[in-house]
Design a protein around this ligand. Structure first.
Ligand SMILES: C[S@@+](CC[C@H](N)C(=O)[O-])C[C@H]1O[C@@H](n2cnc3c(N)ncnc32)[C@H](O)[C@@H]1O
Length: 266
């Protein structure tokens, strides 16, 4: 039986600890504070796909630590609103924005993005959400809400790292989803729901490779530091996370679970 493993609260609380910085650097190469399968180069490419400029009003759903958000605002000069469920993540996002002199361009609030979004119709040019849509209940309603808060002509970009593209056992599903609430989505279901929500010009791209390589590096970087990590994390959390990262790697390497990026227009 697989129990719940705490990934997000500890990661955001311990964000500034040297050991977690070292793990991020070794895992991602360029550490932008990500807590996902995102690399900095991949994010830069997303900025150009979205055509982000200094005038853009961006909503980031589930910004996590706020590191990628600060990176986006520094690179593009846009204004960013973040809606994140984890309160440690929200605190960290505010701290990072303040330390980088970005408080005027950023706003972070705590909330559940599965619920109706706390924003007026047509508030944003862009909505982005990285490796988080799988944690939100009712994908059809979430996409309709995103459509509502986008301006006409606005763009949505998200990655879904839980697209089922092969056979999975019950134990594999349990370990892969041991860190929280998960939706496992069949291939082509995102496209169907995007269309149903009203989106047009829907494009998708397989970006599984990043998930496969990042998860393996993350597993190795943590494994090397086991003794020190065990002074911060209890052994159940440490072992649970190692099992999780190893499973992410196996399923993505074997292409049984894929990470797909979706880009769509309102
Ligand atoms: C894999 S992390 C990605 C974080 C960030 N996008 C990044 O790339 O580093 C998924 C995030 O989704 C957040 N999350 C989970 N459920 C949520 C919900 N219902 N509403 C808002 N955020 C949620 C988690 O707290 C976590 O920060």
């Amino acid at each position: 039986m697989t129990s719940k493993v705490k990934l997000y609260p500890g990661t955001y609380k311990n964000y500034s600890e040297e050991i977690y910085k070292a793990i991020r650097e070794e895992t991602f190469g360029e550490d932008i504070g990500q807590n996902s399968w995102l690399t900095a180069d991949e994010y830069r490419e997303m900025f150009s796909l979205l055509g982000l400029t200094s005038g853009s009003a961006v909503l980031e759903i589930a910004p996590g630590s706020g590191g990628p958000a600060a990176f986006m605002v520094k690179v593009c000069g846009c204004d960013l609103t973040g809606l994140e469920y984890d309160s440690n993540g929200v605190d960290n996002s505010r701290k990072l924005a303040e330390a980088s002199g970005l408080t005027a361009q950023t706003k972070f609030q705590q909330g559940d993005a599965s619920e109706p979004l706390p924003f007026e119709d047509g508030s944003f040019d862009t909505v982005i959400t990285i490796d988080a849509i799988n944690h939100l209940k009712n994908r059809d309603k979430v996409l309709k809400e995103i459509y509502r808060v986008l301006k006409p002509g606005g763009k949505l970009l998200y990655t879904d790292p839980i697209v089922v593209t092969g056979i999975l056992t019950n134990e594999e599903i349990a370990v892969r989803s041991s860190i929280g609430y998960f939706l496992f989505t069949p291939l082509n279901e995102n496209e169907r729901l995007l269309e149903l929500a009203g989106f047009t010009a829907i494009q998708s791209r397989d970006v599984t490779e990043n998930m496969s390589s990042v998860s393996q590096k993350w597993f190795n970087a943590r494994g090397k530091r086991k003794d020190t990590l065990l002074k911060i994390e209890d052994s159940e959390t440490f072992e649970g996370l190692q099992r999780f990262f190893n499973m992410v790697h196996t399923l993505s390497h074997e292409k049984r679970l894929s990470r797909i990026m979706y880009l769509a227009d309102k």
